[in-house]
Design a binder for this molecule. Structure first.
Ligand SMILES: Nc1ncnc2c1ncn2[C@@H]1O[C@H](COP(=O)(O)OP(=O)(O)OP(=O)(O)O)[C@@H](O)[C@H]1O
Ligand SMILES: [Mg+2]
Length: 221
């Protein structure tokens, strides 16, 4: 099938639902209980919670990095977990760069148009596309690396995007620019964001909080 045709193929809208389950720290210890977590279609869903409460573990389950087995999930009475999505874009840690240009690090062999690349170049103020990235010594700052990870995650045609602390190491101007971009993107895609930053509250369609071993919805628009 020609690539152009592949890119315009309609993908079923993503749907993630969890009812009466626990995310597990180990087979016997719960990280937190989920009574009802249902997100689907498009929009921006924000996840809040203190350090160590299990936010990244939730994304590892949703993305498929963790198997939905007894080590990671406990199904209580009528408990269920369904994750109906194409392969999501996932901004995770620790992440990686490899020797090559900035553009190669972002595109990672995919077919990405110049227009798509240039849009993110502007939004994220990316380092020069032809800059050679080296590993030892690393010639990128933490913020520059974060921009590369973000651009890599945001490019592509996945209908679901998981962003774990997207603003880490970004300056305020870039984070605002990213939020404006997400505001447009959420009209087309389902975006789940983990953030401690209050900036995202204003653009979230749904917010969930994990507190004292429970996940619950705190606000809906
Ligand atoms: N690979 C792992 N093996 C064992 N325990 C882990 C692993 N990853 C995380 N944990 C533990 O699971 C708990 C939840 O970790 P998680 O990374 O999901 O928290 P978080 O809410 O994302 O925290 P933060 O805000 O600091 O990123 C922590 O107590 C952590 O020590
Ligand atoms: Mg985390």
């Amino acid at each position: 099938m020609p690539d152009q045709q592949k890119n315009t193929e309609t993908v079923a809208p993503p749907k993630i639902e969890a009812h009466n389950i626990d995310l597990m720290r180990s087979e016997s210890e719960s990280l937190f209980h989920v009574n009802d977590f249902t997100v689907h279609g498009k929009g921006l869903v924000l996840i809040h919670g203190e350090n160590g409460c299990g936010k990244s573990s939730l994304f590892n389950i949703i993305s498929g990095v963790f198997a939905p087995d007894a080590k990671h999930l406990r199904f209580n009475e009528n408990g269920r977990f369904n994750c109906d999505k194409s392969k999501p874009g996932y901004l995770f840690y620790p992440n990686f760069i490899f020797p090559g240009t900035v553009r190669e690090n972002i595109v990672c062999g995919r077919k990405i148009s110049n227009t798509q690349y240039q849009e993110l170049e502007t939004v994220l103020q990316l380092p020069p596309a032809d800059k050679q990235v080296t590993i030892k010594p690393e010639n990128l700052s933490l913020g520059e690396k974060q921009k590369i990870y973000l651009a890599r995650t945001l490019l592509g045609n996945s209908s679901c995007i998981l962003l774990d602390e997207p603003g880490s190491n970004l300056d305020e101007k870039t984070e605002h620019s990213l939020i404006n971009y997400l505001l447009k993107l959420k009209e087309k895609k389902l975006i789940l964001v983990i953030s401690h930053n209050a900036y995202y509250d204003a653009v979230a369609d749904k917010t969930y909080e994990i507190r004292k071993g429970m996940m619950y919805q705190v606000q809906s628009r």
